[in-house]
Design a protein around this ligand. Sequence first.
Ligand SMILES: NC(=O)c1ccc[n+]([C@@H]2O[C@H](COP(=O)([O-])OP(=O)(O)OC[C@H]3O[C@@H](n4cnc5c(N)ncnc54)[C@H](OP(=O)(O)O)[C@@H]3O)[C@@H](O)[C@H]2O)c1
Length: 298
Amino acid sequence: MRVAVTGANGLLGGEAVARLAAAGGHEILAMGRGPSRLPPGAFRWAEAELGDGRSVEAALRGFGAQAVLHAGAATDVDGCERDPELAWRANVDGTAEVARACRALGARLVAVSTDYVFDGEAGPYGEDDRPNPRGAYARTKRCGEEAALLLAPGCAVARVAVVYSGRPGAKATFATQVVEKLRRGEPVKAFSDQLVSTTLAASGAAMCLELLLESDFQGVLHVSDATVVSRVEFAERVARRFGLVGDIVPVKTAEVKLPAPRPLKGGLKVERAAALLRHKPLGLDEALDRFFAEWQAR
Ligand SMILES: NC(=O)c1ccc[n+]([C@@H]2O[C@H](COP(=O)([O-])OP(=O)(O)OC[C@H]3O[C@@H](n4cnc5c(N)ncnc54)[C@H](OP(=O)(O)O)[C@@H]3O)[C@@H](O)[C@H]2O)c1
């Protein structure tokens, strides 16, 4: 099958390309802004800027995509708050472009979204709970969900949360900073009042690809890992798995002046994905075992 992945330089998109290439049997188009930062592999690369009105559609049409994992997005939550135009272009216009191209090509679409569509008043949230996004990132991602669902009927929206990866070259995340700072003997500040689900990128990518290539599920599905924790507990569990001791300093969200609001009582319920998919949402211990193994292989 001809499978395209947007956001291929990103945490989740990069894992998806690596996984597709390792599986074999597919033609793969990896798409991203600028040149590839992935290790060379059995895929083609297309430079495509989400929201510019031409390059994404041209690349998908030129490739003749039959299935598209749309993992590209403006993900810097505070950056989006400072520049909502940029957020809108990438997350709404960009998703609409992908969805229109999929409809025109008859391609299956899985569009990746976020737990931030919920306000964090009463999580963890199920797929039937009502989104109430706050802040530019959250609002544009929610609009992107609607664009996908409306413009590419039959598509799936796959929500993940707090993505991290130990893959070589993967970008820094809270989890990797915990390891690096504690190894340097520096303290790690972590929010004590934010409850989150987390997603090892490899686990999220496996669920998204299964959804894309092996199911005709339509609508919204939560595909994060299974455990809901505070960010302090997440940091402590990462530290413990890596055998690190050090200072994890609990901080309240309100004490830090962040441009964008953060959901506090968040998290995603994943029972539906667990029932539907062969790849199950991981418990945190198993996810951290895999994260540790990824790190060791660097
Ligand atoms: N990261 C998280 O914690 C998190 C949490 C919840 C949901 N999600 C969702 O999960 C999906 C995958 O994100 P991720 O975790 O893989 O984040 P990521 O590592 O930031 O990947 C996003 C990718 O999109 C690319 N991108 C951004 N703006 C673009 C544009 N205008 N045109 C083309 N490409 C553009 C980025 O390119 P560059 O690499 O060049 O910047 C990046 O490679 C997204 O839908 C995101 O909203 C992520």
